[in-house]
Design a protein around this ligand. Structure first.
Ligand code: EPZ
Length: 430
């Protein structure tokens, strides 16, 4: 059954107010599920966001024969029984790109893994050469068919030196986890620096792994046996992308918004950019506070997405919406994905002044009023950007394909309603 969000726009007024709690990070917890396959005892994950991608991951685990018990809200206990299937189910694995992270732990622990050609998505072709070349460097053998890939390591993967041609975040995380059970040392160079990777490595080191250099561009993994939690619990770090999305929302639509349970140090690039644009932000230990002076107009700023700690590609769309309300002209340069500007045509239909220069660059001019309308959410992050846009707009809007937004944001309408927004979820009859 298809659902949509119906939202009454604020017509440029900044009247939302209150506080919003940030959930556990989608792009940390999906990798933590994969990490659990390296453990010989039960691993408990906490602060797990109740989002669609977690439900998808649980479904894959059940089809593999891995025991997953949801102990309470946000708490999952995972136990790998001695034999599991090493074939990722095609339909569910194609639903979300992150399923590919499972291949590293499964291959290194059970000696083989089969998985479908990953579904591309609207933001780009999403090739997997970094993963395949990395597994081959670890002495695995790859067989490709029209259904997908079967990879065998006949015994143990052998540690090796890998230089990441492209700084793939999940490519690094997958090969790092494969290295944990490989024989000997694996050195990965040109590693991207996302905080979720260091968080994963630090926890594995607490459980018997020997990983040096996480958080730097060279990571060295010395192979050990399966890890042991021995009661230690993985606490999912707060979602820096969710926190950043809410900070942008606060800047354009709230009188005062407090964003709680976050690590401001994880999204400094956004905070510094918004401050440069004139947004009034107060940074505290695990919260940020944004307040709006009456009548102030923000100034524009060029945005160039970059691996951490640069401006996150996952905040490019919400930031573009902010820039439609700022005074001046900005260049948006999306350096990571070739298909991540496609959503802009919907913003233009709402009245934004955006000109696409090429698949990676666009010019945004502001401020322009936005008109409410029906829009289709093409992916998780553009979906959240559309929510921000229709909140700024005048009149009623309907956002279709809410399931994309649900993949990354838990109970989004309840949390926004608590700030004073007139928003409801409706069923769309065919
Ligand atoms: C992770 O995706 C995140 N997903 C993405 O968040 C995020 O946008 C991205 O990193 C960049 O920060 C998760 O962590 C689950 P990449 P990932 O591999 O690892 C190319 C969201 O909305 N590439 O770093 O899949 C690729 O095409 C999602 O939460 C290859 O060429 O991204 C892209 O141009 C979207 N070959 C670039 O690398 C490969 O084998 C970076 O992609 C792999 C990637």
């Amino acid at each position: 059954m298809k659902e949509a969000l119906v939202i009454q726009g604020l017509d440029g007024k900044k009247t939302l107010s209150g506080s919003i709690n940030v959930n556990g990070a989608k792009n940390a917890v999906l990798q933590a599920f994969a990490m659990s396959l390296l453990f010989k005892d039960e691993l408990v994950l906490k602060n797990v966001p109740e989002i669609e991608d977690v439900k998808n991951m649980v479904e894959i685990f059940k089809s593999l024969g891995v025991s997953v018990v949801r102990k309470s809200k946000g708490v999952y206990a995972i136990k790998v029984l001695n034999k599991i299937s090493t074939v990722l189910p095609e339909e569910i694995s194609k639903k979300f790109r992150a399923s590919i992270v499972l291949t590293g732990p499964i291959l290194s622990r059970f000696g083989s893994v089969s998985f479908p050609h990953p579904g591309g998505c609207v933001i780009g072709s999403r090739p997997i050469d970094i993963f395949l070349n990395g597994f081959e460097s670890l002495s695995a053998k790859i067989k490709e068919s029209e259904k997908g890939y079967t990879i065998n390591s006949d015994g143990k993967l052998k540690g090796t030196k890998i230089f990441l041609r492209i700084q793939s975040v999940t490519g690094l995380q997958t090969l790092m986890m494969a290295g944990v059970l490989a024989k000997g040392k694996t050195i990965i160079k040109n590693a991207p620096l996302e905080p979720e990777t260091k968080n994963l490595a630090d926890f594995m080191n607490l459980c018997g792994a020997k990983i040096k250099g996480a958080g730097t561009s060279t990571i060295e993994i010395t192979g050990t046996g399966p890890l042991a939690a021995k009661g230690k619990v993985f606490n999912t770090p707060p979602d820096r992308i969710e926190a950043g999305s809410f900070l942008i929302l606060g800047a354009v639509a709230a009188e005062r918004l407090e964003i709680n349970n976050c690590n401001p140090g994880d999204f400094e690039s956004l905070i510094e950019t918004l401050k440069y644009c004139g947004v009034n932000i107060e940074v505290l230990k695990n919260k940020v506070l944004v307040t709006n002076k009456k009548g102030g107009v923000y100034r524009s700023a060029d945005i160039k997405t970059h691996e951490y700690p640069g401006f996150p590609t996952d905040l490019q769309a919400p930031m573009t919406v902010f820039l439609t309300q700022a005074e001046g002209e900005a260049l948006i340069f999306e350096t990571i994905f070739e298909g991540r500007l496609n959503y802009m045509s919907e913003l233009v239909r709402m009245g934004a002044d955006i000109r696409l220069c090429d698949p990676h660059r666009a010019i945004v001019r502001g401020p322009t009023p936005l008109r409410g309308r029906e829009v289709e959410s093409p992916d998780i992050r553009a979906g959240l950007a559309f929510i921000i846009a229709v909140i700024i707009a005048n009149g009623e809007s309907i956002i279709h394909n809410v399931h994309y937004i649900d993949r990354g944001y838990e109970k989004i309408e309840e949390r926004l309603r608590s700030l004073g927004l007139n928003i409801k979820r409706v069923e769309i009859t065919a």
